[in-house]
Design a protein around this ligand. Structure first.
Ligand SMILES: [Zn+2]
Length: 337
């Protein structure tokens, strides 16, 4: 939805402060921004914190919504201005979001390596505001960056997980709400998964702050994840059936194998299914010393791989009611209206 213009003097309260104002200077708490203030700027964007004197043509080039907004004739002699330059108040945008938008347009090259250095919270701001003002190029770059952090492919997710360790629950859940609102569809399942990894005691406040439909999807999906993760672990306790078609249901001849695998469970902490390594409890074991036979080890690895793959396909369905393929199609149609 395009932002509404509001004159700064609408925010004045009678008798407030009573400071003497310079002629042509609006009464506002906001102050000119140190960096994003160009003396030849043709428009002043105002937030609750800062005034940004920038160029209409620059904004209009990258944002259809802002271009349309600037074209609306005001015909308003009382339009608030700063030294003759019209002021537009950015209603509903935080100062951080507006700053990120302008910084991305002016100071920072929009390529992925530049986005690479932004924090999760900054990327979230950029997703929100580039979607709102329909800055297509910026939004596409931001989404590309987010898809590298939250891949829709299990192997890539394993590598991306290293980045997740530094994310705070509050930032991850904030991104979840924004990604949902701004239809960054392809990152949703993996982002839901990241959010589900946080212990509830650390994330309960953030969960409660989610929009109601997202909250419901999150809680039901998290429940499913826990259940299938426990079921996978339960499989490690069962005797391993090995052998080909001629040996259906034949179990390992060595009773040691199962006991050794079970013993590993007590020293390997519980993890959600996609955090279980492909080698499962065998990770870090010296197979020559482990007394687990090669056939059982192979079966163990295959079971984990197959179950992970099966549940990875279910992940988007459980959290978003769409398959990966449906999300992909919807994401493409959102990007090219
Ligand atoms: Zn065995």
């Amino acid at each position: 939805m395009p932002p509404k213009r509001r004159r700064l003097n609408e925010r004045r309260k009678a008798g407030d402060e009573g400071e003497e104002q310079l002629e042509g200077t609006p009464t506002t708490q906001s102050r000119p921004h140190d960096e994003l203030w160009f003396s030849d700027g043709s428009i002043v964007l105002a937030t609750d914190v800062h005034l940004y004197r920038v160029h209409k043509s620059m904004l209009a080039k990258y944002s259809k919504v802002l271009r349309d907004l600037f074209e609306i004739p005001t015909g308003d002699a009382e339009m608030e201005s700063w030294e003759g330059v019209p002021i537009v108040r950015m209603v509903g945008d935080s100062d951080g979001e507006v700053y990120m938008l302008l910084k991305a347009l002016y100071g920072v090259n929009l390529q992925v390596p530049a986005l690479h250095v932004l924090t999760l919270s900054e990327v979230t701001s950029l997703l929100s505001i580039s979607s709102k003002y329909d800055c297509k190029v910026m939004r596409a770059d931001v989404i590309q960056r987010l898809e590298s952090i939250f891949p829709n492919n299990l192997e890539k997710m394993w590598a991306a997980k290293l980045l997740w360790e530094s994310f705070l629950p509050s930032h991850a859940f904030e991104l979840l709400a924004v990604a949902h609102r701004c239809e960054a569809l392809l990152i949703l399942p993996t982002l839901f998964y990241l959010c589900a990894r946080f212990p509830l005691e650390k994330s309960i406040g953030a969960v409660q702050a989610l929009p109601q439909d997202v909250q419901k999807n999150f809680l039901l999906g998290r429940d499913w994840l826990l259940e299938c993760s426990h079921r996978l672990r339960g499989r490690f306790l069962q005797s391993t059936k090995i052998g080909g078609l001629n040996h259906v249901n034949q179990i390992c001849r060595s009773p040691e194998c199962l006991e050794k695998i079970r013993a590993q469970l007590s020293v390997k902490p519980f993890a959600l299914i996609f955090d279980v390594p492909d080698r499962g409890v065998l990770v870090g074991l010296d197979m020559n010393q482990s007394e687990i036979c090669g056939d059982c080890a192979k079966k163990h690895v295959n079971t984990i791989r197959n179950l992970k793959k099966l549940h990875w396909d279910e992940l988007p369905v459980k959290f978003t009611s769409n398959s990966w393929e449906e999300l992909r199609k919807k994401a493409i149609s959102t990007a090219t209206p």
